[in-house]
Structure formats: C-alpha cells, structure tokens
Ligand binder design. Sequence first.
Ligand code: ZN
Length: 145
Amino acid sequence: MELDSLYQEVILDHYKHPQHKGLSPTFSAQVSHVNTSCGDEIILNIILEDDVITSLTWEGQGCSISQASVSMMTDLLTGKSLEESETIVKSFSELMASKGTSAGDPEILEDAVVFAGVSKFPGRVKCSLLGWMAFKDASIQAQAQ
Ligand code: ZN
C-alpha cells in the first residue's frame, strides 16, 4: 500500500499519539466493534448532553489505519452537535466509498482527509471505517436512553 508520505505521516502520528484514548468512567452509551478481516478492535464511550457530544473516549488495538482513524474521529466529533456529527460521518463514509476518486472536503473532515488514499484499498476501507461505524452505533444508543 502506497500513500502520499505526508498523509502517511499524519496517520502514524495519530497512531503513536492517540487522542482521547482511555475510557471515561461514565458514559451515555458504550459499544464494542471489531473488524474481523484485520483483527482491529475498539470500545467506544460516548457522553451526550442536550444533543451535544461532550465526550468520546476509546480503547482499542489493531492496525495503524484503524487506530489512527478512531483517534482522528474522536478529535473531530468531540464538542459537536449530533446534527453536525451526521454531516461529518456522511462525508467520511462517502470519501471511503470513493475508491480513490475523491480528495475529501477539508472544511468538514479536517485532518481526516488523509484517509482519501486509503479508499483505493478495499481491504483497508473497513479498518478506517471501524471507529466511525462504532460512533454511529453509540450515538443511536445514547439517543435511545
Ligand atoms: Zn486494520
């Protein structure tokens, strides 16, 4: 897999220095997701207050793509409203479905556009989406509380 070296650097930086890692003691919902094709695992805690995501924390293990993606996702979505988070998740899902044809919208996705190159590798798309799918699940469960 060859990625643009700058993009690769950003991914490795999040992998080595993960953001929001370490589960919060309390949560509105907790979910556990695995990507069996690669062996990636994450547990995600969400705290929702008045439709605002006030905390997203996680624990996990797996490849650099999966772990860096969760790190970036929690960074991006913490403090956002549910409505804003939907726009961001949709934009990321579209980017990962683009098979390398989209560069992503940096105004919505910020650093997460670095995953644009990963969308060319079908085997790694699931790795990069793991955290985002867990977030979708957790936000639905938190709203049902
Ligand atoms: Zn993986």
